[in-house]
Structure formats: C-alpha cells, structure tokens
Design a protein around this ligand. Structure first.
Ligand code: NI
Length: 189
C-alpha cells in the first residue's frame, strides 16, 4: 500500500473522464493494488472519499469511508466502500445544499445534491450491488462519482458560498452544522 500525492485544482488530469474497469481486470493485480493505494491515500489525508482520478489514474473506481472524521464531524458513519464502475440514478427531485470540501480543492462550498439516489457498482470482489443511498451519504457518492467525470465542487458550488477552510470555520461552520444536523436527523443518513 502506498499513499500517493493528491492532484490539486488546476491540474488538467483532474478534468479527464475515467475509463471503465473490465470484469477481467477486477481480480488482476493492478486494480486491487490501485484500490489499496486509494484507501491508504484517503485515510492518510482524513478524506471521506477518494477517486482514482485524484491520484492521476483514469479508471472508474472510488473509495469512501467515514468513521469519526475531523474534517467532517457531522457526517454519519459510512463503512469502507469500494465502488468500481459506479452508476448513479436520482430517484426524485428532492435536493439539499451540502457544504462540501475536497482533497483536491483548497476551498469549501455549497453544492446542491440529490437526497435520494440509486447506486449500482461492483465491489472489489466483483460482486454487483444495487442500493439506495440517502442524505449526506448520497452526497458523498455524487461527489466521488463527479471526479470520475472530471467534475469538481468548484464547477457546481454556489460561487458566493466558496470559502477557505479557515473562513468556513470562523463564519459559516456553526450555521451549517445546525442546518445539516437537523437534515441528517430527518433523513437518517
Ligand atoms: Ni473530492
């Protein structure tokens, strides 16, 4: 397992649309090693998720995990999830503004996300999953899958909401946590 440098906003490689992983590749040496490196890199940086794109590998795989995360203390727990070739389908029109950060972006900003989504993906053993995700967990899925299409939070955020982490902490954190805690209690994730 190797922790990799994470590409930063402005790196053209973050804009590349990633290629699907074939079923034969799922079990081959390179993809399992890539997944191990993604997990190591995400944990090392206290991220809630990481896409292969962010370490410059243009293949469709993301990892997500939320335990007690100092970057996002309000996020509900999300067990370690590996999603190969993930596909997202919104289930309805319900949206929520989530203040998001990203390991590739030095800013946070409010992004409008679907509250209820269906996700289909392969796990690291090649087993197919078809699941419903809601709330902040659904937001994390949408954020990570955006990376695989070369999209960043700065593309989607309300421009007036963009803030450095320090300014977010000082001016916006309390109101956001109050709003999002109420939301998480209502939605359950
Ligand atoms: Ni990100």
């Amino acid at each position: 397992m190797t922790s990799h440098p994470i590409l930063q906003l402005g790196d053209p490689a973050l804009r590349v649309v990633a290629e699907p992983i074939t079923p034969a590749e799922v079990a081959s040496g390179e993809v399992p090693a890539l997944i191990d490196d993604l997990i190591e890199t995400m944990r090392n940086a206290n991220g809630a998720g990481l896409a292969a794109t962010q370490i410059g590998v243009h293949r469709r795989v993301v990892v997500m995990e939320v335990t007690s995360n100092p970057r996002y203390p309000y996020k509900p727990p999300l067990p370690l999830t590996v999603a190969i070739n993930p596909k997202i389908e919104p289930l309805d029109d319900e949206m929520v503004d989530i203040n998001e950060g990203c390991l590739s972006v030095p800013l946070r900003g409010n992004v409008s996300r679907h509250v209820n989504i269906r996700v289909r993906y392969l796990d690291r053993d090649g087993v197919a999953h078809d699941e419903i995700k809601r709330g902040l967990t659904a937001g994390t899925w949408q954020h990570e899958c955006d990376h695989l299409d070369g999209r960043l939070i700065t593309d989607r955020a309300d421009p007036a909401s963009l803030a450095t982490w320090a300014e977010f902490e000082q001016h916006h954190r309390d109101a956001f946590i109050e709003r999002i805690t109420t939301f998480v209690e209502r939605v359950g994730s």
